[in-house]
Structure formats: C-alpha cells, structure tokens
Design a protein around this ligand. Sequence first.
Ligand SMILES: Cc1cc2nc3c(=O)[nH]c(=O)nc-3n(C[C@H](O)[C@H](O)[C@H](O)COP(=O)(O)OP(=O)(O)OC[C@H]3O[C@@H](n4cnc5c(N)ncnc54)[C@H](O)[C@@H]3O)c2cc1C
Length: 218
Amino acid sequence: MPDFRTRVLVVGAGQSGCVLALELARNGVPSVLLERAARPPRRPELAVLRAAVRDCPLIDLRAGWTFTGLRLDPDRTVATVIDRGTRGRHVIEAEYLAGCDGGQSTVRRSLAVDLEDALPLDVSRILEVTPWDGALGIARTYRRGTAFLVGESAHRFHPPSSSPDLCLGDAADLGTKLAAVLTGGGSPGLLDSYEGERRPRAVLEREALVRTLAPRTT
Ligand SMILES: Cc1cc2nc3c(=O)[nH]c(=O)nc-3n(C[C@H](O)[C@H](O)[C@H](O)COP(=O)(O)OP(=O)(O)OC[C@H]3O[C@@H](n4cnc5c(N)ncnc54)[C@H](O)[C@@H]3O)c2cc1C
C-alpha cells in the first residue's frame, strides 16, 4: 500500500522541477515535489523559484526527501523515497512521474535509460575538468510508460550553464501537456509529442557545442 498518492510526482526541485510543478499548478494540477537537499538553494534564480513553489498551495514540497527507486505499472509509477529527517522510507504512487533530478539522475538509471554521447571532441579545447563523464550525453528516450525525463536528467551538457533554456523549455512543455491530459483537455497521446518535440532541440544544442569543441582541421 502506498503512503501517499499524487497526480504527478516531480523528483528534484532544481530549475526544471520547480518550473514543471509551477506549470502544473498554474493549470490547477497538484503535485508532490521531492528535493534531496534539505537546505534552501544558494543560487539566486533558484531561490526565487523555490519561494514561488513554497507559496503555491498545489505543490507539496518535500525537502530532504530522496528518491531511491521505482516500479512502472501500466497505468502508474510507484516510487520509493527516504526522508532524511526521520530516516523513514515511504512509497508514493503517482499517475505520472517526472525525473528532474539532474545530470546524475537516479530516475534515469532506475528506468534503465542510457545516455547517447557525441564524439570526438578536441580535449585540448576543454578548459575545465569536471567529474562528469558523458559530458554531452542525451538520453536515448525521454519516456518510459508514465515516467518522463526532464532537463539535465534528459541531456547532460558541459558547461551546464549552456542548458538552462533547454531545461526550462522541457519543463514548460511537459507541464502543459501533463496538465492538459490530467484535466481532460488533451488525450494521453499528447504526451507522445514531448520526446518528439524536445529531444531534437537537445540534439541541435549538442551539435552547436560539438562544433565549438570539434577537432580543428586547419
Ligand atoms: C556549475 C553550474 C553553473 C550554472 N550556471 C547557471 C547560470 O549561470 N544561469 C542559469 O540560469 N543556470 C545555471 N546553472 C543551471 C543549469 O544550467 C541548469 O539549467 C539547471 O541546473 C537546471 O537543471 P535541472 O533542474 O534539470 O537539474 P539540477 O539543477 O541539477 O537540479 C536537480 C535537482 O534534483 C535534486 N536531486 C538529485 N537527485 C535527487 C534524488 N534522488 N531525489 C530527490 N532530489 C534529487 C538535486 O538536489 C537538485 O536540486 C548552472 C548549473 C551548474 C551546475
């Protein structure tokens, strides 16, 4: 038996997760928004979004709650989470789940979705070393059943600051479509267009980055 039921479970309260939850709320759809970090964000643009989330009665923000895994049923997703405060384990059943949990996405791994990389790059032109592998990776699919990948969980680029527009676009697009389906204004088939519209944009963005980093021929 689940401990909670929600229409949409959003994993990760970064920019993508906050915008997605706010877009759902703007259309009257409630959500549970999980955030692993217990502390408020330091980045100013994210602090503004979090304040809006906290002020929104349709968003149940659970800070300090970590998503750990899921089961995909034909008509729902059942997620397990840990509340860092109480160390309690909870089961949350959702009609839809959105993985907005960043480049190292646990949701993506739970769905067994690989990243497709772009090579070759000229490493002499990479000025900064980060612990990221697959720094220009795009998820092979953005959807499995009732679960979706959004923002940097779907495309992991370096530098990450090159991708906020892409992340926000994903979140707004999926939020609008989920809201339409959940409020009866759109058929479930509408959700098929999310990957078709958003993944090609990530591919275009990656091509632009690859052109910047590609080996010089002259
Ligand atoms: C170094 C750096 C510089 C950046 N500079 C800029 C900038 O100048 N301007 C700008 O607009 N944006 C900037 N960004 C933001 C970035 O470009 C993305 O647009 C932004 O991070 C949106 O990504 P996201 O919400 O998809 O993922 P993230 O921002 O990575 O958010 C993911 C969230 O999910 C949470 N999470 C992860 N795993 C779990 C889990 N298992 N359970 C629950 N929660 C989880 C994380 O704690 C995090 O809050 C920067 C990011 C980085 C890392």
